[in-house]
Design a protein around this ligand. Structure first.
Ligand SMILES: Cc1ncc(COP(=O)(O)O)c(C=O)c1O
Length: 460
């Protein structure tokens, strides 16, 4: 087991994550029998368990039949208020009519795939992205991890073209996806125990979280340890609002980082795959700190539904050295996925949705403060920003209580509020991520369920 200092607490992620998965598997099996009873939902659970590896089954056995706005429905007529947003994807709500209509129209047009041949919908989406974000170019992909890999390739190729060793600097606590490059760039040691040792290429430094002393000197120190200097760096990759710890990059540190990258010719890459598209109460979290990256990575809320990701490129020079085809893939630019993206982007165009996220986020933060106030010393808010928040239960000695967190989530799911099984901060953090469009009434209803469920598993 590797312990990591995260936000002042010792994170025992490797063991606790593994245990939480094992526990969840037990819960999944039992709850499947209990909750789904006879009928096709039980068949779904059993079939998945038979034909997929156990590692795939981490969540409660709620068999999604459809999802609309802030609610998920099964075929038995049960519904759940959604505090997962499909892991931060349905920011603008599930199955928006505009998105559904766009997908239908594209399918009815009779074009489901086009590889890298030009299509009208791809042209409209890349133009819309440039207009919305101000980044002049982009490369489209399907998953977030693929966008991370693309950014690593762009940065390292650009560095190599200038005779650099092409070191990638990343931060402790960061999550960038589950492919090889993305996990090498990640800052969660337990997730790297399967990767090759590449510590002379991927360099991890302490995360400059808000309120902590930090200077780019830590990067230079780490570079010296591998016999390199600032002129060897290809890029610094930061997760602006760390999903595993809910820490925001400190604004002063962000500015120092921007200045350091510009001075040394390294690209500043912000991974906003999770924090983008209104989630934190701004279109992108970097707006909170006033620091613009060279490459911006988006996925999840970019389409709000179908698999689309993008590397937004701040300067066309960054890709000039790449050979033809080096950034393409079979499904990048899929017309149906891009039809959904185009409709989703239009929802963000006038800023109303983002303003709503900020306003609704304050209501969520107030509600959680009340939740914590009911058991001072027994509950803690790890962080809130816009429509994302993380909370923990704590034991008498102040340590985190993953068991109570898991029981509270199970109780919520049984009571009509859908949450992901806690997995970060040693399996203790309950992550709250409703669609940004959740109404006041839905938010109040969800907070009431969450509070009652918490009280039930943590008596006074
Ligand atoms: C910050 C961040 N980067 C990258 C990824 C990887 O995205 P995907 O799961 O689409 O590959 C995630 C996914 O949760 C993420 O939160």
């Amino acid at each position: 087991m590797t312990n990591t200092e995260v936000g002042g607490v010792v994170d025992t992620m490797s063991t606790a994550d593994a245990m939480s998965t094992v526990d969840t598997m037990g819960t999944v099996a039992d709850a499947a029998r209990e909750q789904t009873g006879a009928g096709d939902d039980a068949w779904v659970i059993e079939t998945l368990r038979r034909y997929e590896p156990a590692t795939m089954h981490t969540q409660h056995p709620v068999v999604w039949d459809r999802a609309s706005g802030s609610r998920v429905f099964d075929r038995q007529g049960r519904s759940w208020l959604d505090w997962t947003s499909g892991i931060l994807t349905a920011n603008a709500g599930h199955a928006r009519p505009e998105v559904v209509e766009a997908v239908k129209a594209q399918a009815q047009q009779g074009l489901l795939h086009a590889y890298m041949f030009p299509t009208r919908v791809r042209a409209r989406v890349v133009r819309a992205l440039a207009e919305l974000t101000g980044f002049p170019q982009c490369v489209l992909y399907t998953t977030g991890a693929e966008a991370v890999e693309g950014a690593l390739k762009i940065s390292r190729r650009y560095a190599r073209a200038r005779g650099r060793r092409a070191v990638v600097v990343t931060f402790d606590g960061a999550f960038h996806g589950r492919t090889l490059g993305a996990q090498l760039a990640g800052g969660l040691p337990a997730q790297r125990d399967w990767t090759p040792e590449c510590d002379d290429v991927f360099l991890r430094v302490p995360y400059p979280e808000r309120g902590r002393e930090w200077s780019p000197e830590v990067i230079e120190e780490a570079l010296r340890e591998i016999g390199a200097g600032p002129e060897d760096v290809a890029c610094v990759v930061g997760e602006l609002y760390q999903g595993s710890t809910l820490r925001l990059l400190d604004p002063a540190a962000g500015r120092a980082l921007r200045e350091w990258c510009t001075r040394h010719g390294a690209l500043l890459v912000f991974d906003e795959i999770q924090s983008g598209f209104g989630r934190t109460g701004a279109l992108f979290a970097y707006e909170h700190i006033g620091v613009r990256p060279d490459l911006l990575l988006c996925a999840k809320g970019l389409s709000g539904s179908l698999p689309v990701s993008a590397v937004l490129i701040g300067d066309p020079r960054f890709t000039e050295g790449l050979r033809p085809g080096e950034l393409t893939s079979t499904h990048s630019g899929n017309p149906v996925a891009l039809a959904a993206t185009e409709a989703n982007l239009a929802l963000f165009a006038d800023g109303t949705l983002v303003a709503e996220a900020a306003r609704r986020g304050r209501r969520l933060a107030d509600g959680l403060a009340e939740w914590a106030g009911r058991r001072p010393g027994g509950r803690r808010i790890v962080g809130t920003m816009g429509m994302i928040a993380g909370v923990v239960f704590t034991k008498d000695d102040g340590s985190f209580d993953p068991r109570t967190a898991r029981r509270a989530v199970a109780e919520c799911v049984a009571s009509g509020l859908l949450l992901c099984v806690p997995s970060t901060l040693g399996g203790a953090m309950i992550k709250i991520m409703p669609p940004v469009t959740t109404s006041e009434a839905e938010l109040a209803e969800a907070l009431a369920i969450f509070t009652a469920a918490s009280d039930a598993v943590q008596p006074a």
